[in-house]
Design a binder for this molecule. Sequence first.
Ligand SMILES: [Zn+2]
Length: 422
Amino acid sequence: MEDTKKDSQIIEKSYKKILQSAQTKKARKGISHDVDVENADRIRVKIMRLSVYLIEFTSQTFTENQQHVREFKKAFVEYRGILNRHPDLIPGGLREKMSNLISAVALHEAVGVSNMKKQYPRGECIDISRIFDTGKLYTRLTREFAADIVKEALKDHKDTIGNKETLYITATGDRYHRYDCPFCRGKKLLPISMSLLEHQRFTPCRCLTKQQDENGIDKNVTVFIDESIYQLDQIFTGNNSGVSTFGYIICRGMITSEDQISEENIILTGIDYCDEEKRTTIVTENAIGKVLITLAFGLKIANHVHIKVDNRTVLGTWMNNEISKQMLSMFESVTLEYIPREMNTKADKLTREDLFMKISRQTYRDLVKAAKSAEALTNDIKIQMEKNSGLSQEIERLYRELYSYRKNHFKYLVQEWEGEHF
Ligand SMILES: [Zn+2]
């Protein structure tokens, strides 16, 4: 019961966070004050009615309550709209009633979450604050039940390729293990998925984190990968092609989140590019290939590789490639795992700050052509100047032509040139 109460507080906080942002966000236009006067009246009646059901009639069944919570969500969205557009129409008394109703709804939703947790091994240990407090999942409370949001978050977004590794927990301990854990001999082990583990209050056992080779070096490496495609027209005018770049951070050990990345465990960070203008999945696949080759041949690490990417599609596509399959055979195991973008900020920062890119062949040719034309114009100016031994209208015209040529083709360099000639 204690856990249900804690969960209801987390859900309550999330609902209130949604209302808070409605008050601070710029008001949406479209619905007049007069219309909202009527809307506010209607919402007040709804809130009163739902309060009777959800706060006073405590003897209702879970399913009956569920129906009222569904109605509440609709009313909540309308209430939020009025709060955003015309907060003066929501008096203190109504705010208080809404606040009480949110507490009642949150408690009911926490019961739903508690029922759902029972479907998982050691489900009582699932920590929903990790689901509602980080990222934007909590905003879905306006249309989905908390239990469904939790269920979605616990889905396995991971794919183990190569040597598939199942992890285990015991009936009482708070660590997770390998099937052959030396510390768990004689205990019953329950198989569990990695994504479920992330939302539980479990930590990896030494049987995982201290897997060492004959030289005493940890046999795990964790890699964070981030990819980006930049549109070239952001840099050069008149070109719509993209350039792709990716960054990676390779760390010693089995790391579950990026805040564990430190100077001590980083083995290598890098940035690189690939020849792909549109499809981020291709860029990620290239990045994984580059990382695996670097690990196998550059760093001579061939044990358990845990790769984290924020591109979900690649989990399904990577293994379709024959070269990928061949690369796998170089390692004991490779795990490919999805992490949300907001949990991959360090690799993202690397890609952004040390932007490294290669432009497409066609763009390169265009630029060379443009540079040659600019050079020819410059020569023409020189010849004219020598001929006329002074400024003439013709020279001025050529300068202008050269300037506009540079401006169109080398936008980012114009300021530099402006200082030079104008
Ligand atoms: Zn263990």
